[in-house]
Design a protein around this ligand. Structure first.
Ligand code: GLC
Length: 549
């Protein structure tokens, strides 16, 4: 068995986790300060989003130096302290490698701008069309054209994200060698693994042409040489030999490709993030539109998650399991209930994802049931994508009211508000002015109050993390969908060596009837004080139950 099958990863967005200097921005020593909390939760790895030198146009996903710590977050010595202190608690660090693009402030890009041929070839450049327009009609993921013109070159460069995030030219073997070198640098510093940012976008097509059906993504998503590049990178940096745990962020991908990325025989990555289950509430695939009143995510979630569980299992691939990250709204607000059933729905959603086949990821604050930011004014937003889309939606003729409703549901800032530690004015996050407003509900929802409550999300998550280590059926069992047509309940079975675990999750605020399939089971975990055991049972609002036979 692969060790990471039993592991749980905790994701930290350092900017919003814990400030120790009063700057209003979280830092690496803040992570050190909270290690005992994370140890108590029981997680095995911390994935830290980028803390490298960066102008922060995309909060660190615009890297200007892959080998240096941004002074906002601390020093290399702080990083070494963190690595040492984490290791002493049996926790490994996974670093976030943003290899699809660099900041335009990276030395490579600056030297390219200055005309050095070698560095110009590190980026993707194309001449203008005869009319001077951009080489193709591709759209940036943050809105607008994916091309920016450089007068010095008389050419455009490609940026799939912000114009200050220039796409690297992976066709150039020198670029690939540089990136492998960055990995070796951090391996030598004692890290345990890596998360690779949008890594299935790095292999661009041979021909750049207009996309007459879409925004261009079909040409560069899971591109022509992507498997070869990942295999080579893995070998060049010795990722497997060094026991690194690796996860690739796969944008708009397919099961077939993710099997390829994560089947151990392929020697590419340990596992993959895919996002189809987090698009079920996008009407017509449009993130910037809201579903109709009364929309139920259950049919979509069940269809996508079952398909991915079965497909990855059949191909010997491995999923990263998650609801939340720094790009997604909070799951309680999205698929659960922010009000009366906040705690129950947080626990139910945790159960649903943690008992599946794959490695679960917990995003900071998820383990205490944090909710969306509740922003109502543009001034409160910081995220480049949200700010761009405010203008785009306005141009489309949407009213202010509609736009604020969309941002309140979709903005990436929903997950980036400071971690809620206690009920003090800045929630124990900072003694200064927080870079992004603290959610006012921190007086009620915070780690201190949650752990003291009789019904704690934290202690429930702690149990889920521990169960995965204790029960091989959770780490290794076969996944079998159940109750495929149930109007309220998401159910599935895990099976290993004669042991069966059935999981039932009521995704609604109404009671739901189910007939248990087995007899003589015992409740392994449930989120109501006295979990029921009967052959016919009525699940209470947002009740989750796992029965072991
Ligand atoms: C990934 C990151 C996101 C970032 C983007 C560009 O999707 O998770 O935060 O903006 O890549 O690097």
């Amino acid at each position: 068995m692969q060790d990471f099958h039993k592991s749980v990863v905790y994701q930290i967005y350092p900017k919003s986790f814990q400030d120790t200097t009063g700057s209003g921005t979280g830092d690496l020593m803040g992570v050190v300060k909270r290690l005992d909390y994370l140890k108590e939760l029981g997680v095995d790895y911390l994935w830290l989003t980028p803390f490298f030198v960066s102008p922060q146009n995309d909060n660190g996903y615009d890297v200007a130096d892959y080998r240096a710590i941004d002074p906002r977050y601390g020093t290399m010595e702080d990083f070494e302290t963190l690595a040492r202190e984490a290791k002493a608690r049996g926790i490994g660090l996974m670093l976030d490698m943003v290899f699809n693009h660099t900041s335009t402030e990276h030395e490579w890009f600056r030297r390219a701008l200055a005309g050095e041929e070698r560095y110009k070839n590190y980026y993707i450049r194309r001449p203008a069309r005869p009319d001077g327009g951009a080489p193709t009609n591709w759209v940036s993921k943050f809105g607008g054209s994916a091309w920016a013109y450089v007068p010095e070159w008389g050419e455009y460069y490609l940026h799939l994200f912000d114009r200050t995030q220039a796409d690297l030219n992976w066709e150039n073997p020198e670029v690939r060698a540089e990136l492998a070198d960055v990995l070796r640098f951090w391996i030598a510093k004692g890290v345990s693994g890596f998360r690779f940012d949008v890594v299935n976008l790095v292999s661009k097509p041979d021909v750049f042409e207009d996309d007459l059906e879409g925004d261009g993504r079909r040409f560069y998503t899971d591109g022509p040489r992507i498997h070869q590049y990942l295999h080579e990178l893995c070998a060049a940096a010795g990722l497997q030999d060094n026991g690194m745990v690796t996860v690739g962020e796969m944008s708009s991908t397919t099961i077939e490709n993710c099997v390829g990325y994560s089947n151990p025989e392929r020697k590419e990555l340990s596992m993959t993030f895919s996002f189809h289950h987090l698009k079920v509430d996008y009407p017509n695939q449009d993130k910037w539109a809201l579903p109709e009143e009364g929309f139920s995510p259950l049919p979509g979630l069940r269809e996508v998650l079952n398909r991915w569980q079965l497909g990855m299992q059949a191909g010997g691939g491995w999923n990263a399991l998650f609801w939340c990250n720094h790009d997604q709204p909070r799951v309680v607000s999205r698929f659960g209930d922010e009000g009366e059933y906040r705690v129950r729905s947080a626990q139910m959603l945790g159960t649903l994802i943690h008992l599946m086949r794959g490695t679960p990821y917990i995003y900071q604050g998820e383990e205490i049931g944090m909710t969306n930011a509740g922003f109502t004014a543009l001034e409160q937003y910081r995220d480049v994508e949200s700010l761009n889309y405010y203008h785009i939606l306005k141009e489309q003729g949407k009213s202010e009211k509609e736009i604020y409703a969309i941002l309140a549901a979709r903005s990436r800032d929903n997950s980036r508000t400071p971690m809620q530690w206690d009920d003090s004015p800045n929630t124990g996050f900072t003694t200064g002015e927080p870079w992004l407003a603290v959610n006012p509900n921190h007086t009620a929802i915070n780690a201190q109050a949650d752990r003291a409550a009789e019904d704690s999300v934290f202690r429930y998550y702690q149990k889920l993390v521990a169960l995965r280590k204790k029960y091989p059926v959770i780490a290794e069992g076969t996944y079998i969908p159940m109750l495929r047509d149930h109007p309220a309940v998401f159910a599935y079975r895990r099976e290993l060596d004669g042991v069966t675990l059935d999981i039932y999750c009521n995704m609604t605020a109404q009671p739901a009837q189910v007939d248990l399939e087995g007899a003589n089971g015992r409740v392994l975990i449930g989120n109501y004080p006295a979990p029921q055991r009967a052959e016919k049972l009525t699940l209470r609002p947002y009740e989750a139950l796992a029965v072991l036979y």
